[in-house]
Design a protein around this ligand. Structure first.
Ligand code: TXA
Ligand code: MG
Length: 339
């Protein structure tokens, strides 16, 4: 592949969005802001455009893409056998950070769904993303816009850091407010199975349906084990540093990290305990919402400051906290210390 683009950074004026939509309509790929993370968008129905996404990211071919739509009619264009509960959830949570895995129609090419007979569909609520879908006249397949394995991008600068020269343009829509990727669910009878936790929490979903937690939310897949969401088997979200999660009270955490006085050690803590931390540290927030919003930027920052060994404080697993924990576990290669 010839990575010879001079990547344009576009704003969100109508003119710039129409320009980006024109690229998409012609089969090019574009960095797109969403409320969760930046996506790398392409016409979901165009196999050659989608192929460009896999090449630019270095993404394994067996990992399916999420298709982004702008109205309910598009849901029925791409999926069939849609259960009543899916419509109820769409009414409640769309547009927003919820992806539903459903049986796919023929219009979705095999490369988009990585050969599966299902497709993940979501309707984003970010204004620029909605405009790109409408102006291009296409449903947009979009994975997170990072190089495969790296932390997801939550700012246009992160997309540029990974994709400069590999794609024609990035639309800069500012920082992504949610900060972690959408909740991915599938349907089992009347129940929903959470394949990947996100901002739409297990607690919220359980007001509408019985909720099953897929075991790979918190457990590593064994070598060769079949997983329902292919993305869950890869090492992910990793900075160059070795990350471990330290699971204990504030006192235990501080006592542990304050003994790690070696070059390259860095504490990744909530913030309120920063005054009493004696080693270099970065805060990722005191509430789960703040932690979600800052997580990926902090993981990237750790590389910028040359951290080699990171001690991350164990987050709460309630609400969006479960998504934070799920991403941090993968960044840490599932390594947890209990001091
Ligand atoms: O918030 C998000 O979902 C962002 C923004 C850009 O919309 N997108 C995103 O895409 O996170 P990606 O490709 O990085 O992650 C998609 C996840 C992967 O873990 C993938 O395996 C899973 O969703 N997935 C997609 N289609 C699926 C399907 N048909 N069955 C099971 N899992 C699926
Ligand atoms: Mg991703």
């Amino acid at each position: 592949m010839d990575y010879s683009y001079s990547t344009k950074l576009l704003g969100t004026s109508e003119e710039e969005l129409r320009y980006a939509a024109g690229l998409l309509a012609r089969g090019e790929i574009v960095g797109m802001p969403t409320e969760t993370v930046y996506g790398l968008a392409a016409d979901a129905e165009n196999p050659r455009a989608v192929e460009r996404i896999f090449a630019a990211k270095g993404r394994p071919q067996d990992n399916p893409l999420i298709v982004h739509i702008a109205n309910i009619a598009q849901l029925e264009e791409y999926a069939h056998s849609i259960p009543a509960i899916a419509y109820r959830l769409a009414e409640k949570f769309w547009p927003g950070p919820l992806t539903m895995v459903l049986p796919k129609k023929e219009k979705i090419p095999d490369i988009t769904s990585a050969g599966l007979n299902t497709v993940g569909i979501r309707m984003p609520c970010h204004k620029a993303a909605k405009s790109l879908i409408r102006y291009s006249g296409k449903a947009l397949a979009a994975p997170s816009a990072n190089l495969s394995g790296s932390p997801s991008p939550t700012e246009a600068a992160h997309v540029m850091a990974d994709m400069d020269g590999r794609i024609p343009a990035v639309v800069d829509g500012g920082s992504c407010p949610v900060g972690v990727e959408s909740t991915v669910i599938s349907f089992e009878g009347d129940a929903v199975r959470i394949l990947r936790p996100g901002f739409v929490s297990s607690e919220e979903l359980s007001e509408w349906a019985e909720v099953i937690h897929d075991k790979h939310i918190t457990e590593a897949a064994a070598e060769g084990e079949k997983v329902l969401s292919p993305g869950m088997k890869y090492k992910h979200y990793s900075p160059k540093a070795n990350v471990v999660i330290v699971d204990g009270s504030e006192e235990q955490y501080l006592d542990y990290v304050n003994h790690q006085v070696v070059d390259g050690a860095c504490a990744m803590l909530f913030g309120s305990e920063a005054d009493r931390c004696m080693i270099p540290h970065i805060a990722y927030g005191d509430t789960s919402e703040e932690q979600a919003a800052k997580l990926f930027a902090v993981l990237r920052k750790l590389d910028d400051i040359g951290a080699e060994q990171v001690y991350a404080r164990m987050p709460s697993t309630e609400g969006v906290g479960l998504a934070v924990y799920n991403r941090l576990l993968r960044a840490a290669g599932f390594e947890i210390i209990k001091p």
